[in-house]
Design a protein around this ligand. Structure first.
Ligand code: PAF
Length: 280
């Protein structure tokens, strides 16, 4: 596997591959890789000829400086995991390479960047759009792979691709979970043992929401259920919402949409975790 830190080296590698007619798959990440990321690499390898992963902890998408500072970094382990998974090249630029100047661009995705994560992490999706558009310009992939744990992010990226007319297919991939159901996340490593134990209640209550909705429980009661189940002070719910799975419009009643997704963001101690479930 090639380890590239400079844009010029990335471009040389990619233009050579493209001249051989290779289909390029791209998996952008912020490192601290886990099996969820590796499943994206595998998904790419299944349908493309060359898989490129990027590792870049993007400062512009962190609205909380402390969150950026404590974001886990495990570059050696990441490289080993990518190598083992058969990734062809990893791009690990430094901040000057990506942002030689301050990126002043402001994106507007309408209501999509103002709700849920957008409302609770102001500027987050602008930062994501900045870095992903830069990486897409550099890699020019045919297909790019994103995990569905970041359900809203996938929708933002799809909107970005439409807005900027990128000829890139966005491939959403299923959430990977730990044995106890907790959605895999780089942030899980920051949890203390007690918090890690407590975090496993999140997927349990999300499955309960699915069960209850099947039995006809309406959205306001589901919200009460979540508040009741996560009332221990170790939890702090940032939001819980049931939305139209296609548009992410927040719903008050299931009758307002055909397909439904429940989304949660919840602090366990100081660590903010997100999860979602398609209801059926
Ligand atoms: O999902 C992530 O890890 C990041 O938001 C992404 C897409 C790599 C952009 O920094």
């Amino acid at each position: 596997m090639l380890i590239l830190t400079k844009i010029s080296h990335l471009e040389t590698f990619l233009s050579q591959k493209r001249s051989q007619g290779s289909i390029i798959g791209f998996v952008p990440t912020m490192g601290a890789l886990h099996e969820g990321h590796i499943s994206l690499i595998k998904a790419s390898k299944n349908v493309t000829d060359v898989t490129v992963c990027s590792i870049f902890v993007n400062p512009t998408q962190f609205n909380d400086k402390k969150d950026l500072e404590r974001y886990p970094k495990t570059p050696e382990k990441d490289v080993m995991m990518l190598e083992k998974a058969g990734c062809d090249a990893v791009f690990m630029p430094d901040a000057e390479e990506i942002y030689p100047e301050i990126d002043e661009r402001r994106f507007d995705f309408g209501y999509l960047d103002k709700i849920l994560e957008g409302a609770h992490r102001p500027g987050h999706f602008n930062g994501v759009a900045q870095v992903v558009s830069i990486l897409f310009n550099l890699v020019k992939p045919d297909k790019a792979f994103f995990g569905q744990k970041d359900y809203q992010q996938v929708m933002i990226i799809k909107a970005l691709v439409k807005q900027l007319h990128y000829p890139i297919e966005i491939v959403p991939c299923p959430i990977l979970r730990e044995k106890d159901g907790l959605a895999m996340s780089s942030r899980n490593t920051l949890l203390t043992p007690d918090e890690r134990k407590a975090a496993s209640l999140i997927p349990i209550v999300m499955n309960e929401v699915n069960e209850l909705s099947r039995k006809g429980t309406e959205i306001p009661e589901l919200k009460k259920h979540i508040e009741e189940r996560l009332k221990d002070p170790i939890y702090k719910i940032d939001y819980f919402a049931v939305c139209d799975a296609d548009t992410l419009k927040e719903l008050n009643s299931f009758s307002e949409a055909k397909y439904h997704v429940a989304l949660i963001a919840c602090f366990v101690g100081k660590i903010r975790l997100i999860d979602n479930i398609i209801l059926h």
